[in-house]
Ligand binder design. Structure first.
Ligand SMILES: [Zn+2]
Ligand SMILES: [Zn+2]
Length: 114
Protein backbone atom coordinates (compact mmCIF):
# COMPACT_ATOMS: atom_id res chain seq x y z
CA UNK A 1 0.00 0.00 0.00
CA UNK A 2 2.68 2.41 1.07
CA UNK A 3 4.87 1.33 -1.81
CA UNK A 4 2.09 1.95 -4.32
CA UNK A 5 1.59 5.47 -3.10
CA UNK A 6 5.25 6.19 -3.35
CA UNK A 7 5.43 4.72 -6.86
CA UNK A 8 2.52 6.75 -8.21
CA UNK A 9 3.84 10.00 -6.79
CA UNK A 10 7.19 9.39 -8.43
CA UNK A 11 5.38 8.74 -11.74
CA UNK A 12 3.56 12.03 -11.33
CA UNK A 13 6.85 13.78 -10.70
CA UNK A 14 8.38 12.20 -13.80
CA UNK A 15 5.38 13.29 -15.87
CA UNK A 16 5.71 16.85 -14.62
CA UNK A 17 9.37 16.92 -15.56
CA UNK A 18 8.55 15.44 -18.96
CA UNK A 19 5.90 18.07 -19.67
CA UNK A 20 8.29 20.83 -18.60
CA UNK A 21 10.86 19.42 -21.01
CA UNK A 22 8.35 19.38 -23.88
CA UNK A 23 7.31 22.95 -23.16
CA UNK A 24 10.86 24.25 -23.14
CA UNK A 25 11.68 22.40 -26.35
CA UNK A 26 8.89 24.31 -28.15
CA UNK A 27 9.77 27.96 -27.70
CA UNK A 28 6.92 30.40 -28.15
CA UNK A 29 8.53 31.73 -31.33
CA UNK A 30 7.59 28.54 -33.12
CA UNK A 31 4.01 28.51 -31.88
CA UNK A 32 1.20 29.57 -34.17
CA UNK A 33 -0.27 32.89 -33.20
CA UNK A 34 -2.90 35.32 -34.34
CA UNK A 35 -1.95 37.63 -37.19
CA UNK A 36 -3.83 40.52 -35.59
CA UNK A 37 -4.86 41.97 -38.94
CA UNK A 38 -4.98 45.74 -38.97
CA UNK A 39 -8.40 46.39 -40.49
CA UNK A 40 -12.02 45.34 -41.00
CA UNK A 41 -12.55 43.32 -44.18
CA UNK A 42 -15.86 45.03 -44.82
CA UNK A 43 -15.37 48.72 -44.18
CA UNK A 44 -11.58 48.98 -43.81
CA UNK A 45 -11.86 50.49 -40.34
CA UNK A 46 -8.55 50.36 -38.51
CA UNK A 47 -8.46 47.62 -35.88
CA UNK A 48 -5.17 47.89 -34.04
CA UNK A 49 -4.14 45.21 -31.58
CA UNK A 50 -5.43 47.21 -28.63
CA UNK A 51 -8.87 47.73 -30.17
CA UNK A 52 -11.77 46.12 -28.36
CA UNK A 53 -13.87 46.42 -31.54
CA UNK A 54 -12.12 43.65 -33.47
CA UNK A 55 -14.01 40.41 -34.19
CA UNK A 56 -12.50 37.30 -35.75
CA UNK A 57 -13.49 33.81 -36.90
CA UNK A 58 -11.30 30.71 -36.56
CA UNK A 59 -9.56 31.61 -39.85
CA UNK A 60 -8.99 35.06 -38.49
CA UNK A 61 -11.20 36.79 -41.01
CA UNK A 62 -11.31 40.13 -39.22
CA UNK A 63 -14.19 42.58 -38.87
CA UNK A 64 -15.13 45.57 -36.76
CA UNK A 65 -17.87 45.12 -34.17
CA UNK A 66 -20.29 47.27 -36.19
CA UNK A 67 -20.00 45.11 -39.31
CA UNK A 68 -19.89 41.86 -37.33
CA UNK A 69 -22.99 42.64 -35.29
CA UNK A 70 -25.14 44.68 -37.67
CA UNK A 71 -24.21 43.56 -41.19
CA UNK A 72 -23.11 40.01 -40.54
CA UNK A 73 -25.17 38.93 -37.54
CA UNK A 74 -22.08 37.52 -35.84
CA UNK A 75 -21.38 35.07 -38.70
CA UNK A 76 -18.28 35.22 -40.89
CA UNK A 77 -19.31 35.84 -44.53
CA UNK A 78 -16.27 33.96 -45.79
CA UNK A 79 -16.48 30.69 -43.92
CA UNK A 80 -19.79 30.74 -42.03
CA UNK A 81 -18.06 30.51 -38.66
CA UNK A 82 -18.90 32.55 -35.61
CA UNK A 83 -17.24 35.89 -35.03
CA UNK A 84 -15.89 36.49 -31.55
CA UNK A 85 -13.99 39.24 -29.78
CA UNK A 86 -10.33 39.18 -30.75
CA UNK A 87 -8.04 38.98 -27.73
CA UNK A 88 -5.48 41.73 -27.36
CA UNK A 89 -1.79 40.89 -27.28
CA UNK A 90 -0.08 42.33 -24.21
CA UNK A 91 1.86 45.45 -25.15
CA UNK A 92 5.07 43.92 -23.85
CA UNK A 93 4.76 41.07 -26.35
CA UNK A 94 4.07 43.24 -29.39
CA UNK A 95 7.67 44.27 -29.95
CA UNK A 96 8.72 40.63 -30.06
CA UNK A 97 5.59 39.40 -31.86
CA UNK A 98 4.30 42.31 -33.93
CA UNK A 99 0.80 42.43 -35.38
CA UNK A 100 0.27 41.86 -39.10
CA UNK A 101 0.39 44.91 -41.36
CA UNK A 102 -1.24 43.13 -44.33
CA UNK A 103 -4.63 44.70 -44.88
CA UNK A 104 -7.28 42.25 -46.06
CA UNK A 105 -10.34 43.82 -47.68
CA UNK A 106 -13.27 42.30 -49.50
CA UNK A 107 -13.54 44.32 -52.72
CA UNK A 108 -17.31 43.97 -52.85
CA UNK A 109 -17.80 44.71 -49.17
CA UNK A 110 -19.92 42.58 -46.89
CA UNK A 111 -23.45 43.87 -47.40
CA UNK A 112 -23.86 41.84 -50.60
CA UNK A 113 -24.40 38.58 -48.76
CA UNK A 114 -27.47 39.23 -46.67
ZN1 LIG B 1 -16.32 47.05 -40.51
ZN1 LIG C 1 -14.09 33.25 -41.64
Amino acid sequence: MLNNTRASSSIALTATKYIAKILTSFPIQGAPMLQLRPNCECCNTNLPNESTEARICTFECTFCSGCADQKLGGVCPNCGGELVVRPRRPAGKLAQFPASTDRVLKPEGCSAKA
